[in-house]
Design a protein around this ligand. Structure first.
Ligand SMILES: Nc1nc2c(c(=O)[nH]1)N[C@H]1C(S)=C(S)[C@@H](COP(=O)(O)O)O[C@H]1N2
Ligand SMILES: [Mo]
Length: 454
């Protein structure tokens, strides 16, 4: 266990079909075109510019031979006329960033409607997921619904059923809050020890946005809901998947749950539930019902199909756990991570994300030796409740095999478990709620691999 001298034994081979996926490559891409050359030319450029500085100081012409063309020659963009203002269409990222995309995991069902696309965590910075890279989970495809025709109804234990148009919702007092949404099945394939190669596929069913909308409690009050005897609500989506989920009224009364129409400063994207979705901070993604069309107030849980048959946890004793809504404390190193290649030994910034459905992240510890020694990472501000938290740590790689891990602790004292600890209580046959510590093996050649320590 944790034997760094024989890392090969710990490397789980990725299934072949992963390897032709573009997603494997990342910020250290230069390495693929020959890292020796890259490093040598970088040194040459440094030496050349020192020589150039000296020559210029002496009033001599600048020597060009052996120098870095990219600094010695004026590029086109410094000489010509640039593009006009981007008034047409919606602004897009640089063409050089075109491989930063959501991707489908070849390890999962390859239908396009009832499927998942994973967010490219290895290419993201800070805590906000750009809306065009937000992970997607559709049970029956997505829709671009006409907001002028969308209606939202509250019924059940209410004075009288109440129907809202989008206009009626958008004139009410609103809140804007940053929260993560994580699918309960995030990191699921790791239960079975299937080594998906990149952090996009291991952890990419999480995203974090600033959502804007109206607290559900406000809408329930307007509808005259029986807040005393109404102990639960059922949320229903407007797509063909008949997505229905029970939520306890206590959660709604906390004021945290809201009906959102905006994400990251603009209206929701169609993939993410335009024009209306439920935001349920700290709770697994499936309860964040998209295309929200109805809330029913009731006095008992509804045992809908997506909570009685799906989204249940098979325990070691053969029983199933139901209504396991909370997303527990979790973290992952996003760089260096699986599929990346370190150029050479020396300085690296270890960076990653941590989150907890219970509140704020309090601490993230990092190990570079498979869990023997730990150092605390810097948590970058803002550190928000039930939102992603970015962490960073300085690291000097000595060129020897290293196993990188992050272990997060939240403000309630919950600590992220090892696989050994998780399996001791949860067994090995689960799909959902895997929050175990992730390990990345940095090999001597700089390649980073997904490994699991026994
Ligand atoms: N109406 C509706 N709501 C839904 C779903 C769906 O298929 N239909 N999928 C759920 C699941 S399982 C998850 S993880 C999240 C995904 O949200 P996203 O696609 O915005 O990332 O939406 C949830 N809400
Ligand atoms: Mo999900």
């Amino acid at each position: 266990m944790n034997d760094l001298s024989t890392p090969a034994g710990q490397v789980r081979k990725a299934p072949e079909n992963f390897l032709d996926q573009q997603g494997i490559l990342t910020i250290f891409a230069q390495a693929r075109s020959g890292r020796r050359d890259f490093i040598r030319s970088a040194f040459a450029a440094a030496a050349a510019s020192a020589a150039a500085a000296k020559a210029m100081a002496q009033g001599n012409p600048v020597p060009r031979e052996g120098g870095d063309e990219n600094i010695l020659n004026l590029p086109e963009h410094a000489k010509g006329l640039g593009q006009g203002v981007a008034t047409e269409g919606y602004g897009k990222p640089s063409r050089y960033e075109s491989n930063v995309q959501r991707r489908q995991s070849p390890g999962l069902t390859q239908t396009t409607q009832a499927s998942v696309s994973f967010a490219p965590l290895q290419s993201l910075f800070g805590i906000v997921t750009p809306s065009g890279l937000h992970f997607e989970r559709h049970h029956q495809g997505w829709w671009d619904i006409d907001p002028s025709k969308h209606r939202f109804m509250i019924n059940g234990m209410v004075k009288a059923p109440k129907v809202f148009s989008m206009d009626e919702i958008m004139r009410l007092p609103s809140v804007s809050r940053f929260h993560f949404i994580e699918c309960g099945a995030n990191t699921a394939v790791e239960w079975g020890n299937v080594a998906v190669p990149t952090v996009q596929y291991t952890h990419g069913m999480i995203s974090c946005s600033e959502f804007t909308g109206v607290p559900l409690i406000t809408l329930l009050e307007i509808a005259g809901a029986d807040l005393k005897n109404g102990k639960f609500v059922l949320a229903e989506g407007g797509d063909g998947s008949a997505m229905t989920r029970t939520l306890p009224m206590s959660l709604i009364k906390s004021g945290e749950v809201f009906v959102a129409y905006a994400q990251n400063g603009e209206m929701l994207r169609p993939e993410n539930g335009y024009p209306l979705r439920l935001v349920v901070p700290g709770v697994q993604g499936v309860s964040w019902v998209k295309y929200l069309r109805r809330i029913e107030v009731g006095d008992k849980p509804y045992a809908a199909k997506d909570e009685a048959v799906h989204y249940i946890d098979l325990m070691p004793d053969g029983q199933h756990r139901q209504y396991t809504n909370l997303q527990e404390i979790k973290s992952v190193v996003t760089t260096p991570s699986g599929g990346q290649v370190l150029l050479d030994k020396g300085f690296y910034n270890i960076t990653g994300l941590a989150w907890s459905g219970r509140g704020k992240v309090k601490k993230v510890d990092i190990s570079v030796d498979g869990g023997r020694n730990w150092r605390s990472a810097r948590l970058e501000t803002p550190v928000l409740s039930k939102a992603l938290t970015r962490f960073n740590l300085d690291w000097v790689w000595d060129g020897k095999p290293a196993i990188l891990q992050s272990r997060a602790t939240d403000e309630t004292g919950h600590v992220q478990p090892t696989y050994k600890q998780l399996r001791a209580t949860r067994g090995t046959r689960s799909i959902y709620h895997n929050n175990a510590i992730q390990s990345w093996l940095v090999q001597e050649n700089g390649e980073v691999k997904n490994v699991q320590l026994s």
